[in-house]
Design a protein around this ligand. Structure first.
Ligand code: ATP
Ligand code: MG
Length: 255
């Protein structure tokens, strides 16, 4: 495929490696995003990260949150916290989550949208997950950046089966690639790690099917709005520098 690498007028990147990251990320986005990247002057980020279960949304979000100070709003983490606290909402949601089904919109919307502080920059993770949810969100606030992750399914399955999480913080470990310092314990608090009940092979298959049927249409939905940037790869450590550079450029942060 022939790619053109025309220099943008006000791009501030002199470092060729950095420039390459930016151009790759920007090329993957839509025309409207490319235009905005050129003329942005720093604005409030209202972002979401999209991707299959286990595509690295949580890992990449926590790195973005550290670097950019966004508020991280993960619907899955919020739901798991409700379950952990045995709230009424948590009890209603638990069975859906365990089997790998989506939780009904009414419960999730209540938890995510109605608690969203829209005067601060935020990064939604796991929400919206259906066109219906995206439309409800649009009535409250419109997203101006959607980061889309494309990771092959075989990679995802092995990742999820080896995953362990610290429920209270949402911190994620991988038994092989990122094991905790002490087996079964969170590095920062020393509290017990769990294997999510939906990280079984059976539930994973259902989650991937739901993703394909219900969540994939969102890619087109946000691309049409001109706010989508896509990142492809298998390793968060490789994807992250590209994503960081793209977000820096997008929000016009000096490098
Ligand atoms: P990962 O966290 O590995 O990216 P995931 O995206 O499947 O995987 P979470 O986002 O943590 O996991 O969500 C876990 C479960 O919580 C989902 O399988 C679903 O049951 C429920 N859930 C989370 N967000 C939503 C949502 N926006 N709408 C409906 N159900 C949701
Ligand atoms: Mg998650």
């Amino acid at each position: 495929m022939k790619q053109t690498t025309k220099k943008r007028g006000n791009a501030k990147h002199e470092d060729p490696v950095m420039e390459n990251f930016v151009l790759r990320a920007v090329r993957l986005g839509s025309h409207a995003v490319r235009q905005r990247l050129s003329y942005s002057t720093g604005r409030l980020t209202r972002a979401a990260i999209l991707g299959a279960p286990g595509s690295g949304k949580g890992t990449l979000s926590s790195r973005l949150v550290t670097d950019f100070n966004f508020k991280h709003v993960s619907s899955g983490d919020l739901l798991r916290r409700e379950i952990h606290e045995e709230s009424e909402l948590g009890q209603s949601a638990a069975a859906y989550i365990k089997s790998g089904d989506l939780v009904p919109d009414t419960l999730v919307v209540d938890l995510v949208v109605n608690n969203l502080e829209t005067s601060q920059p935020f990064l939604l993770d796991g929400f919206p997950r259906t066109i219906e949810q995206a439309k409800i969100l649009d009535e409250h606030v419109s997203l101006n950046l959607v980061l889309n992750l494309e990771v092959p399914e075989e990679e995802i399955i092995s990742r999820l089966e080896n995953r362990r999480v610290h429920v209270a913080s949402g911190r994620v470990y991988h038994l092989v690639w990122n094991p905790p310092k002490e087996e079964g314990r969170d590095n920062e608090t020393g509290e017990a790690l769990i294997q999510r009940p939906d990280d079984t092979r059976e539930a994973i298959v259902d989650r991937l099917r739901n993703f394909r049927e219900l969540t994939l249409p969102l890619i087109d939905y946000y691309d049409r709005k001109g706010v989508l940037l896509t990142f492809k790869g298998t390793e968060s450590n490789v994807i992250y520098p590209e994503m960081k550079t793209a977000v820096e450029m997008w929000s016009n942060v000096e490098m």
